[in-house]
Design a protein around this ligand. Structure first.
Ligand SMILES: [Zn+2]
Length: 330
């Protein structure tokens, strides 16, 4: 054998200690953004059937949930509202005492150190379930921008630390940046859902947020899963319009896109590990087909390896707990 020339890569894999020394990517509790769904009413904890372990909760139960997240070392949450009333123009999205505004104010009052991100969209608030203003079955771009900007300002007023617009209208970052600046919120960053694909992986979320479109689909504003260069164009315009973070959504089927965006822009990149990705793992785990903890940590690690700096994930609390247990076991 001595005459064969080859590399001995296994030298760096032989013990846990050496593997730890050469590990290139790490997960930290600080990486996770924890998504919550808030509902009106009292003592409400509505399990989302298609997302085991995810509940819609009322504000009286919110502090306990936030305390648990803080104790696990989570630093940021993103708030989704499930309002009582919906109408054609989503007015409860920008109402100063809307469910999201109340939740934001409550979290900031009780947990000032938590970074509160407001998801800024209209689909949970509109009777037709689309992310903008609808006229004759068409989702109007510029009219939607006005409402989105109003929503962002009301969320900032409530105390949101970061505004995260998600409706994929052209110019949404510019419109929100302008409105925030005009209203004294020039210090509030924008986390843009810059690259959001029209994906079948959002199904369970629409259960959780009651946000399914009542007619048609979102293909006229969300991106075609087949396109890669378009992702760069989308991200580029958001950067020019003043975005502070760029998000790619979904994550797992779009790791190549996360890498492309990371390589092209110098902003923090956020991967959205979406509901369908969560539910597929949960379903398989409930059947005993996979090791949930190992699969989830591997998937989250793959998003970071692909270039994500932060991961918005329904596994946030589980993953933080697993990392904590791992630390204690050492
Ligand atoms: Zn939407």
């Amino acid at each position: 054998m001595n005459h064969l020339q080859f590399q001995r890569h296994r030298r760096l894999r032989q013990t846990a200690g050496i593997r730890a020394l050469v590990r290139e990517t790490h997960l930290h509790k600080e990486d996770f953004i924890y998504p919550i769904f808030v509902v009106e009413g009292e003592n409400k904890r509505n399990a989302v059937k298609s997302m085991p372990g995810v509940d819609q909760i009322s504000l009286d139960l919110l502090n306990a949930d936030m305390q648990e997240a803080v104790d696990l070392g989570i630093k940021s949450v993103i708030v989704f509202g499930v309002p009582h009333d919906k109408d054609e123009v989503g007015s409860s999205a920008y109402c100063d005492h809307g469910i999201v505004q109340k939740a934001i104010a409550q979290i900031k009052e009780n947990f000032p150190e938590l970074v509160v991100i407001a998801d800024t969209c209209l689909c949970q608030y509109t009777s037709h379930g689309h992310c903008g203003v609808v006229e004759d079955g068409v989702i109007l771009n510029d009219e939607s921008l006005e409402l989105l900007a109003k929503t962002a300002v009301s969320q900032a007023k409530a105390g949101a630390d970061i505004i995260a617009p998600s409706n994929m209208m052209d110019g949404f970052v510019a419109a929100i940046r302008h409105a925030l600046d005009e209203n004294g919120f020039s210090h509030i960053p924008i986390m843009s859902y810059a690259v959001k694909y029209s994906s079948a992986h959002y199904g369970p979320f629409r259960d959780a947020a009651h946000s399914s479109p009542k007619f048609g689909d979102r293909k006229a504003y969300q991106m075609d899963p087949a396109n890669r260069l378009e992702a760069i164009r989308e991200a580029e315009s958001d950067v020019m319009e003043g975005a502070d973070f760029l998000m790619v959504k979904p994550a797992l089927s779009y790791l190549d896109i996360i890498r492309d965006v990371k390589n092209n822009f110098n902003l923090p990149i956020v991967a959205y590990n979406v509901s369908g990705e969560y539910s597929m793992v949960k379903a398989a785990a409930q059947n005993g087909w996979i090791n949930e903890k190992e699969i989830v940590l591997e998937q989250l690690l793959s998003m970071k390896r692909a270039g994500a700096d932060l991961i918005l994930t329904y596994f946030a609390k589980d993953a933080a707990r697993w990392l904590q247990e791992g630390e204690e076991a050492k």
